[in-house]
Ligand binder design. Structure first.
Ligand code: ATP
Ligand code: MG
Length: 787
């Protein structure tokens, strides 16, 4: 077939071109960030089609996210410049496996219309099995089993293949329950996420004819982000590629960030062994970032051992150094980032105006997003959250806000409907109807209707009692509504600044604060407990968000003011068009690029995470470092790293140290900024600290730690801990400490010795100690075991 013109080849460098044009045999493109791996992979698909080497559906291309798949599809379409009949098999491993499994479901005793369970369903099912087995779910939570089974599936282990070494898993019942779970799924004609790949691998391994059919069918296989494939995905690919051996994988060992989910960076390092005669293409020219940004990224990743060690270069002009700035606390950081984004947008930082679409904030943990969202909503800066709902749209936040709304306005019927049976109070449709009728008959609000219904005995039993309790609670909480700063001499109309906070810390509020009231409402209504008792993987995150919500209240005079603020900003933020700043986690940012990137929260314990720091080996820390590398290399022209000296949790200060990664940034490529608030304005204060040792020290010195405000607060905080919550209604959960552990993990306690985590409850861990038996201990007193 005569080749059509190929303009897409002209925009490639020789190495990329080689990877694109060498269509036969295995090819590995192993190269650093921004070297055009994805671009070349996309061009390769186009080239296959353009040269007539393959029909669209003979090409199998795997991306890591659905978003990446969509982008690649669009680009292929654009590059071809004409419509092709059909499209390649282009999607994530899961998306492709669903399609295949529907065709061959009967081979694993399923029907082709099988359902795919989400994690909640999966857990519910496991709970039933655990209960049927007479296992104490408190001691051996089903969530632990679910983690173990996922891990087996990631390793492509069916119940029969679970190795003897894992026989002791989940109190020796793991393998048996795994088999029971798989059997139950079959009965239900259902699969979980891990099954999609596992079943396909099983089918390929046991039905040679089916495998052969696809080996013949997929003449060309392409895989992006190969460094993050797990064992099951790897086996699946290897089986499929064994026919034509036309497999092209691209990846970067320095960007392997899914080890915690079973990814094996070893897969990429083993490629040449798996596919003898593989052609390896190395790309070294980076087209994305400026030299300063590249140098900063290389400086950090150098700290990892056993890398392949790639050097990147670029023709781009030096541009601006990576900017580093320390802030007093997380809100201050968010405020600064907001101002900076607006300045960049207006073009008042000595550059051309930057579109909001060109800017992104990449956080280590999703709870960091709240401060930014709040700030941006306040100043009306449009933003989008990638990979999750926006903070105030989250279920738990809407629930909590509904409680607050009812306390402030007992007539808010929508709020009442939302929470009347959340948490479960045994008030089903019938009871709710009774309330509606009573309210309408008396011309009153639903809440009053409920009171009437209870008084008249129209709703009896448990539900009636619970409803009465709710109504009484709402009345009690409403009675506690006051403007807390009124008596403390602080002008409440003013924006609450650091000075005000200090005053509040010194005098303390006259009555309970609205933050305390919010905690009381969430506790006494049973809402917090609902999530504490929830063993789904999402529950800890939801509790974390509730904690963030209470933190958000701090900037307001009272509950009313806060609710007004949220309803106003929610209204403004509904329209979807127009430019927006992106906010996402570092994990979600893989493969993406933005002209300006903000990397906040570079503090030890947050980034790197506490968990990775507590681990005995360097594995966790190295994965965090790769995450830092991914973060910095997302930036094209401007990269700004920041940290806060303080993060506040329920009005209590938690001071933190700048991230150890900051000290790994090469000084020559970093400019230390001074936050304008502290010294009355001005940037470019590099060298301000005088004789300094290392960036970290200089940043710290130049900023918060040396400021009078910071010292004053430190002193005050030491003298007088603020609003210690009372034991009786503890919701202060040291989630930071708790989230460092997972069920099943081996830990050490000074007094009780070694043991395994069997449950997590609030800020306590339930641990089965080898010598002392099962005990509940506060997470802070636990260390990860060194073995
Ligand atoms: P990552 O490791 O972050 O996934 P990558 O290696 O996949 O990065 P790409 O996203 O493909 O890199 O490319 C990075 C940027 O460089 C893109 O904007 C791309 O368009 C551009 N680019 C890649 N190759 C070239 C080239 N030969 N000429 C000009 N620009 C290029
Ligand atoms: Mg890429």
């Amino acid at each position: 077939m005569a080749a059509r013109p190929s303009p897409y080849l002209d925009s490639l460098n020789p190495a990329q071109r080689e990877a694109v044009e060498r269509l036969d045999g295995p090819v590995l493109m192993l190269a650093g960030a921004g070297t055009g791996k994805t671009k070349a992979l996309t061009a390769r698909i186009v080239h296959l089609l353009n040269t007539g080497r393959a029909r669209p559906n003979e090409i199998l291309a795997v991306t890591f996210t659905n978003k990446a798949a969509r982008e690649m599809k669009t680009r292929v379409g654009q590059m071809l410049g004409e419509t092709v009949e059909g499209m390649p098999w282009l999607g994530t491993f899961h998306a492709i496996c669903v399609k295949l499994l529907r065709r061959h479901a009967e081979l694993v005793e399923l029907k082709s219309n099988f359902t795919i369970l989400d994690t909640d369903d999966q857990l519910r099912l496991l709970k039933q099995l655990v209960a049927a087995e007479g296992i104490d779910d408190k001691r051996w939570p089903a969530r632990m089993l679910s983690g173990i089974i996922d891990d087996w599936k990631n390793r492509a282990l069916t119940p029969e293949k679970v190795p003897a070494a894992d026989a002791g898993a989940y109190n020796h019942k793991g393998p048996k329950l795994y088999a029971a779970y798989q059997a139950r799924l079959r009965e239900l004609n259902a699969v979980d996420f891990g099954d999609l790949l596992l079943h396909m691998v099983t089918i390929f391994q046991t039905h040679g004819d089916v495998l052969e059919q696809y080996q013949r069918w997929f003449r060309y296989i392409l895989v992006d982000e190969y460094q993050d494939t797990n064992v099951a995905q790897y086996l699946w690919l290897r089986l499929l590629a064994a026919g034509h051996r036309n497999i092209c994988c691209v990846g970067d060992d320095d960007q392997s960030i899914y080890g915690w989910r079973g990814a094996e960076v070893g897969n990429i390092l083993r490629f040449e062994k798996d596919f003898p005669g593989a052609h390896v293409v190395r790309l070294e020219q980076n087209y994305r970032s400026t030299p300063h940004i590249l140098a900063a990224a290389s400086g950090v990743i150098k700290g990892n051992q056993g890398r392949l060690g790639k050097e990147l270069w670029t023709e781009a002009e030096d541009g601006q150094k990576v900017r580093l700035i320390g802030h007093w606390d997380g809100d201050e950081e968010a405020r600064w980032v907001g101002e900076e984004i607006e300045a960049l947008q207006r073009g008042t930082r000595g550059q051309d105006p930057v579109s909001l679409d060109a800017m992104a904030i990449l956080v280590r943990a999703s709870h960091q997003m709240r401060a930014f969202e709040d700030r941006f909503l306040t100043i009306g800066l449009p933003y989008r959250v990638i990979g999750g709902p926006r903070f105030y749209e989250r279920m738990e936040i809407r629930d909590a806000m509904a409680y607050f709304r009812l306390v402030v306005s007992p007539d808010d019927d929508l709020a009442f409907e939302r929470i009347v049976n959340t948490p479960k109070r045994g008030l089903g449709d019938k009871a709710q109807q009774t309330i509606q009728v009573a309210a309408r008959a008396n011309g009153v609000s639903l809440l009053d209707g409920a009171r009437i219904a209870v008084d008249k005995g129209l709703i009896k039993g448990k539900g009636g009692a619970a409803l009465r309790e709710l109504a009484e609670g709402l009345a009690r909480w409403s009675g506690k509504l006051r403007g807390p700063l009124r008596e403390s001499g602080v002008d409440a109309d003013r924006v609450i600044d650091d000075e005000d906070r200090a005053v509040r810390m010194e005098h303390g509020p006259a009555e309970i604060t609205h933050m305390e009231l919010a905690e009381i409402i969430l506790d006494e209504s049973g809402y917090t407990a609902m999530w504490q008792n929830d063993k789904t993987p999402e529950a800890p995150g939801r509790l974390e968000n509730l904690k963030e919500l209470v933190k958000a209240l701090e900037g307001f005079e009272n509950l009313q003011g806060f609710l007004e603020h949220v309803s106003l900003i929610m209204d403004n933020s509904t329209e979807d068009a127009g430019e927006k700043v992106s906010i996402m986690t570092l994990h979600a940012a893989k493969g993406l690029e933005f002209p300006a990137v903000f990397l906040p929260g570079w503090e030890d314990g947050l980034f790197p995470s506490q968990r990775s720091m507590d681990e005995s080996g360097v594995k966790g820390l190295e994965e965090e470092r790769r995450l830092a590398y991914v973060g910095i290399t997302r930036a094209e022209e401007l990269c700004t790293i920041s940290f806060a000296a303080n993060r506040r949790v329920f009005g209590q200060w938690q001071s933190s140290l700048p991230s150890r990664f900051i000290d790994e940034l090469p000084e020559d490529h970093v400019e230390v900024l001074t936050p304008p608030g502290l010294y009355g304005g001005g940037y470019g204060a590099a060298g301000l600290g005088g004789a300094s040792s290392g960036l970290e020290a200089r940043a710290a010195e130049a900023n918060v730690y040396n400021s009078p405000g910071w010292r004053r607060l430190q002193a005050r905080a030491a003298e007088r801990p603020v609003s210690q919550p009372k034991e009786s209604r503890t919701t202060v959960i040291d989630l930071e400490a708790v989230s460092a552990y997972t069920v099943g993990e081996r830990v050490f306690h000074q007094k009780f010795g070694y043991g395994a985590v069997v449950g997590i409850e609030g800020d306590k861990l339930e641990i089965d100690f080898e010598k002392a038996g099962v005990k509940k201990v506060v997470a802070r007193f636990i260390m990860a075991a060194d073995d």
